[in-house]
Write a protein that binds this ligand. Structure first.
Ligand code: APR
Length: 314
């Protein structure tokens, strides 16, 4: 057996601490929790470490304010950044979070040059592209979490609507992690039965809309953005890579011609395994779906162009 995997989480806020918790509960490896705020990650890590004996979970969690402690991580999750407040779009966070993600990515390249990087900070697709650019890592090692979350939200709404077990529902949502994401009803099933056979068209459309604005709905209720589902959606990717699951998950990956999208990170179905994003799977889409996906990628490109304008990406 090799050494225990090391998972580092940059940003020990709501999403980061729950990524650490879920990784530890699932015993995926030992976790380092980094934050810029002094003492906070150390405090949270101690509390998490002390949770482990209660559950009988064999994981260790350390907190730090020193990037050197992420040395030789197998996986680094970047959650550092500002979350949305009511009335804000994810794109409103672009410049503030670009500074934070750039610094994080520079340190990942320095201390954990062989790691896989999963970005969670919004605006997701543009921040993932920035991390890829700054680390200089190959595209298979840098990816963003969004599709899993958007798909889980769609699953949850379908389960509520039909009063069926969440276990029975599988959904696929592609596109950028914005209000123009592309839920795919024909790939969304309840134990193999496509939802369009179970839910009338107008209701299905309403659920699709609710999914698109699923993040915003929570921001409005809470005053800050969601974290339980975003965290576990991320840990699903960590698990797929560490266990070489060859798991098909929607995640932000660099498209180079797939779906007619070129040079932009966007939510697409990927095979996640020991090689990170081992493959982007090209599934059959209608003309309208492809157009919606390309439009969504076009909006990501707009943000990436802004990053170029501001000098973050050359
Ligand atoms: N370096 C490291 N950590 C930082 C830095 C920095 N330069 N700047 C801020 N942070 C930390 C904050 O101290 C905070 O602990 O990032 C953490 C962010 O946590 P929260 O404010 O709780 O935000 P969270 O809900 O976790 O969301 C983080 O994920 O889903 C996205 O839109 C969300 O971009 C946001 C990110």
């Amino acid at each position: 057996m090799g050494k225990r995997p090391k998972i580092s989480v940059i940003g020990a806020g709501r999403v980061g601490e729950h990524v650490a918790l879920f990784c530890a509960i699932k015993e995926l490896g030992d976790v380092v929790l980094y934050d810029i705020v002094e003492n906070m990650p150390q405090g949270k890590a101690l509390d998490l470490y002390q949770t482990m004996p209660l559950g009988g979970w064999d994981s260790k969690i350390y907190g730090t304010n020193d990037y050197a402690d992420i040395a030789d991580s197998d996986i680094v999750v970047i959650t550092a950044g500002f979350p949305r407040k009511p009335g804000m779009s994810r794109d409103d966070l672009l410049k503030a979070n670009a500074d934070i993600v750039k610094t994080a990515a520079e340190n990942v390249a320095k201390y954990a040059p062989n790691s896989f990087v999963i970005v969670v900070t919004n605006p997701l697709d543009a921040m993932t592209q920035l991390a890829w650019h700054v680390t200089g890592f190959p595209k298979n090692r840098v990816m963003g979490q969004a599709g899993n979350l958007d798909s889980a939200r769609f699953c949850a709404f379908i389960s509520m609507e039909l009063n069926v077990s969440v276990r029975d529902v599988q959904a696929l949502v592609l596109g950028g992690h914005g209000d123009d994401m592309v839920p795919l009803p024909k790939y969304t099933v309840v134990n193999g039965v496509t939802v369009d056979q179970l839910i009338p068209q107008d209701r299905l459309q309403a659920l699709i809309e609710r999914t698109r604005f699923g993040g915003g709905e929570i921001v409005k209720l809470l005053g800050y953005s969601a974290y339980y589902a975003p965290a576990l959606a991320t840990v699903k990717m960590v698990e797929a890579i560490l266990k070489d699951q060859k798991s098909l998950q929607a995640c932000a990956a660099l498209c180079e011609g797939e779906y007619g999208i070129n040079g932009v990170y966007c939510g697409v179905p990927c095979i996640l395994g020991a090689g990170g994003v081992e493959k982007i799977v090209e599934i059959q889409l209608t003309k309208e779906e492809v157009e919606a996906l390309q439009a969504s990628a076009g909006r990501v490109k707009g943000l990436v162009d802004q990053l170029k304008e501001f000098g973050y990406i050359k």
